[in-house]
Design a protein around this ligand. Structure first.
Ligand code: FSX
Length: 363
């Protein structure tokens, strides 16, 4: 996968994508990110004229769900096309090259695009015992991350593992797994958590980075456009919650009527992501719509925050009280989460400064 300097307009033609379809893609991306219609046109103009961006994708301790999400969720679609618009110079799972040739491709991309390539990381980084628990070509994940991050313009941490440590970091964290932002503190880092993350969010964020630079981020480094609201804020079952109508089991009358899943352990009130609005599988559904509560997979430490089927708060069966208590619990959990991540936030505040695409090209 050598660096291709073609502009994206040529790639569009090569893929048989009409200008109309491309504009539709840009409009949906802009809409998902709450950008103005004018921004959609600007995005289309910029994307069609910029040269292909070199991207190096490193996969560390993970289950490959993030790549699966990106490549398998939809048939070849406009969402996935954004990855045809970049020069994906290194990606273990997707590249044809293997062994020494693969490592050579990575080194060549780093050499040719120093200071300009985007580094995408999925998976956490094991630090215990000298990082022996995950290596690539004999190089520890830690060493490879530091080496590739050094000359990256920006880093995108894809998935909860890279963003917050994820499953590998779950108690007792046998490998000493940490997130990318726990190691790299001198580059802009965008976190796109989710186990796995949403494909539209990944492509939308990449489109934003290519056209307008780093999007606005929250305190945990997540793009506000996709992670600004909780699942609860946008859930279509919210009216049942407000009326105190809760399913008590997965097969009771309330469940059949589509009532709120809060008492069955739904973590929607403390989880920030776009599942309730963008949905999965080409907008078909999302877990709550399919009858299962949200498990909170885009929040830090979600594996350790309590059982997936344990309600956020317990102690009363009064639906009215539940409603008020739930909001308090949501706020308290949010604060606890913020406290746990105070150090990460301090680092995030330092790292996540607004950066433009021009800035990104500067060393
Ligand atoms: Fe983690 Fe991704 Fe979950 Fe899996 O690469 S966010 S375990 S979906 O694969 O990192």
């Amino acid at each position: 996968m050598s660096q291709d300097k073609q502009v994206l307009a040529g790639e569009l033609q090569r893929h048989g994508i009409s200008r109309r379809s491309f504009l539709k893609f840009c409009t949906s991306m802009a809409s998902a990110m709450a950008l103005t219609p004018a921004a959609a046109v600007e995005m289309a103009q910029k994307l069609s004229t910029i040269r292909r961006q070199s991207v190096i994708w490193l996969s560390f301790q993970e289950c490959t769900g993030c790549t699966e999400s990106l490549t398998r969720a939809h048939k070849p679609s406009l969402e996935s096309l954004i990855f045809d618009f970049v020069s994906l110079d290194y990606h273990h799972t997707l590249q044809a090259a293997s062994g020494e040739a693969a490592e050579l491709a990575r080194e060549q991309a780093m050499h040719e695009n120093g200071g300009q390539y985007i580094l995408i990381v999925d998976g956490s980084i094991p630090l215990k015992d000298g990082g022996v628990y995950s290596t690539i070509a004999g190089i520890s994940n830690l060493d490879m991350l530091k080496d590739v991050a050094k000359d990256a313009a920006a880093i995108v941490s894809v998935g909860t593992c890279a963003s917050f440590g994820g499953l590998p970091k779950a108690d007792p964290n046998p490998t000493g797994a940490v997130a990318v932002a726990d190691i790299i503190d001198d580059k802009p880092i965008i976190n796109i958590p989710g186990c796995p993350p949403m494909p539209v969010v990944m492509s939308g964020v990449l489109a934003h980075v290519l056209t307008f630079g780093i999007p606005e981020l929250d305190a945990l480094g997540r793009p506000k456009a996709f992670f600004g609201d909780s699942i609860h804020d946008r859930c279509y079952r919210r009216p049942y919650y407000d009326r105190g109508e809760f399913a008590k089991s997965f097969d009771d009358e309330g469940a059949r009527k589509g009532w709120c899943l809060y008492e069955l352990g739904c973590k929607g009130p403390i989880t920030h992501n776009a599942c309730a609005t963008i949905k999965w599988n080409n907008g078909t559904s999302f877990p709550i719509q399919s009858g299962h509560g949200c498990i909170g997979c885009s929040e830090p430490d979600f594996w350790d925050m309590g059982g997936f089927y344990k309600p956020l708060s317990t102690g009363t069966s009064n639906p009215g009280q539940w409603a008020g208590y739930a909001l308090a619990a949501g706020a308290a959990a949010g604060l606890a989460s913020a406290a746990v991540n105070k150090a990460a936030k301090a680092k995030a505040d330092k790292v996540h400064q607004p950066v433009t695409i021009e800035d990104m090209g500067k060393k």
